[in-house]
Write a protein that binds this ligand. Structure first.
Ligand SMILES: Nc1ncnc2c1ncn2[C@@H]1O[C@H](COP(=O)(O)OP(=O)(O)OP(=O)(O)O)[C@@H](O)[C@H]1O
Length: 219
């Protein structure tokens, strides 16, 4: 990843939705992409009902809103996707995505969000046409090793992540994503992500075949 060619204008308004089980390497690869192409990509600012942590400024990491305001926005249909985690609500509005222009929007969201976005994106004005990219681990034992090796998870959070991974992989096996990339060799996966994210020639057909994975290996 090093070239300075710009993002293809044909894809710049298509949000790139990065999906994949926790521990597959999404953050690692996105950090490399952002470092190679500073200022060209952005994450949308989500709304949340959780309380800001010390030093968190409203409108930067999140738009902090009350539960009432959040639910009013839900009723007005403002969210492209929203979900509840650990007692708090989190969601992405259409306005938060369009506010990023001329940067290309990257969304790193959970399966629930992907399903909602898929339904709601074409109904927006103007319609949104996200690119759904699935980042796969080379194998499920490797996924477990990476999560353990990162040293950030308790046994309980490992279990939750691996359970969520089962659903993500089952959904990926239905062939619903536009592109699949296997994160085996970091450089090779990074180059493919760059091609897709920049929308350079060949991005639609550069993907990998999804490896055989038996979700029982995540029990
Ligand atoms: N291709 C690779 N080869 C070996 N190790 C890798 C590779 N890609 C990522 N890793 C390592 O795997 C671990 C998980 O990666 P990372 O934290 O980027 O995953 P993630 O998909 O962003 O997870 P989460 O969804 O939980 O944020 C990290 O320790 C990272 O250094």
């Amino acid at each position: 990843m090093s070239e300075s060619r710009p993002i293809n204008p044909e894809v710049i308004n298509r949000p790139l939705v990065l999906c994949g089980p926790s521990g597959t390497g999404k953050s690692t690869l996105l950090n490399a992409l952002f470092a190679a192409h500073p200022g060209q990509f952005g994450f949308s600012v989500s709304h949340t009902t959780r309380t800001p942590r010390p030093g968190e400024e409203n409108g930067v990491a999140y738009h902090f809103v009350s539960k009432d305001e959040f639910m009013q926005r839900v009723e007005r249909g403002e969210f492209l996707e929203w979900a509840q985690f650990g007692g708090n609500c989190y969601g992405t509005t259409f306005a938060a995505l369009t506010a990023l222009a001329p940067k290309r929007c990257i969304l790193d969201i959970e399966l629930q969000g992907v399903l909602q976005l898929r339904d709601k994106a074409p109904l927006q004005n103007p319609p949104l046409s996200p690119v759904f990219l699935f980042l796969a681990p080379p194998s499920l034992p490797t996924l477990k090793q990476r999560l353990r090796g990162r040293g950030t998870e308790t046994e309980d959070s490992m279990r939750k992540r691996l359970d969520a991974a089962k659903a993500e992989i089952q959904y990926a096996q239905e062939g619903k994503h536009d592109v699949y990339i296997v994160n085996d060799d970091l450089k090779a996966a990074g180059d493919k992500l760059e091609l897709v994210a920049m929308g350079w020639k060949g991005w639609e057909s550069c993907g990998d075949k999804l490896p055989e994975m038996d979700i029982k290996d995540l029990d």
